[in-house]
Design a protein around this ligand. Structure first.
Ligand code: NAP
Length: 238
């Protein structure tokens, strides 16, 4: 931990080492959260934590593959084995494999579905008992406009994100009675390392901070209500 304040509310962000997840971590640090950053590559995670420091409320890094149930359980047990309120889990870790359906390999199908959908299930299950005990908190899932629309050349990715929409809405129904608010953000194309975005103009793309701002707004919603879905589009088509 770079620095710590046990009183600050805890935020867990998966896929926090770069791109949208890092911007979300920045936004939550700015709002005074204690941060648990999760991704596979520990070196990149530590670099991200160093860039976030000096965050007054503390930053910890946890190397974990969200596809692996045992790793998720062990990692989240460590994260939650500390006093203080868990304010939010942001399920942001994601991968994309882009190829026409006839060319998608079994391995690519599995890694896409296992990261973008199964991983969200594992991470959410790992925090739900704590959120139920607290009778409140947020789970925010980062889907995509590809979770709302067909995507030629992106069948596995779209399938994972459409699945994520169903998982999110159903979790929201299961958990709202406990004061737990489950939301999904569906951004259009964002300028990150995620995919080459061939033929798209980076100047017109959404920026990672645009998504992070929406996460901040969701947390500001008064307790008796929650925003279940946000579709975030660039002003001009990239
Ligand atoms: P990115 O720059 O590629 O970052 C992905 C992050 O997820 C990295 O921190 C990566 O770290 C982590 N990650 C990937 N697989 C993981 C695994 N199995 N376990 C743990 N962490 C893992 O991508 P991004 O553009 O920021 O995308 C973030 C999210 O936004 C994704 O869910 C993506 O589907 C969604 N999204 C992106 C766009 C876009 O155009 N960029 C648009 C809409 C939605 P490691 O590789 O070290 O694990």
């Amino acid at each position: 931990m770079t620095s710590a304040s046990r009183e600050a509310p805890l935020a867990i962000v998966t896929g926090a080492s770069r791109g949208i997840g890092y911007a979300i971590a920045q936004e939550l640090a700015r709002r005074g959260h204690r941060l648990a950053l999760v991704a596979r590559n520990s070196k990149r995670l530590e670099e991200a934590a160093r860039r976030l420091a000096p965050s007054p409320s503390g930053v910890e890094t946890f190397s974990c593959d969200v596809q692996d149930a045992a790793q998720v359980r062990a990692t989240f047990a460590k994260i939650l084995d500390r006093p203080g309120r868990l304010e939010v889990l942001v399920n942001n870790a994601g991968v994309g494999v882009f190829a026409p359906v006839q060319k998608i390999s079994d391995a690519d199908w599995d890694s896409t579905l296992n990261t973008n959908l199964r991983g969200v299930f594992y991470c959410s299950q790992a925090v739900i008992p704590r959120l139920m005990e607290q009778r409140g908190g947020h789970i925010i899932n980062i889907s995509s406009l590809a979770g709302k629309n067909p995507l030629a050349g992106g069948a596995a990715y779209a399938a994972s994100k459409w699945g994520l929409m169903g998982l999110t809405y159903s979790m929201a129904e299961d958990l709202r009675g406990y004061g737990i608010r489950v939301s999904v953000i569906c951004p259009g194309t964002v300028e990150t390392e995620f995919s080459p975005h061939a033929g798209k103009d980076p100047q017109r793309m959404l920026q990672p901070g645009d998504v992070a701002r929406v996460v901040g707004w969701l947390l500001e919603q008064p307790e008796q209500s929650f925003v279940s879905e946000v579709l975030l589009r660039p002003t001009q088509k990239p």
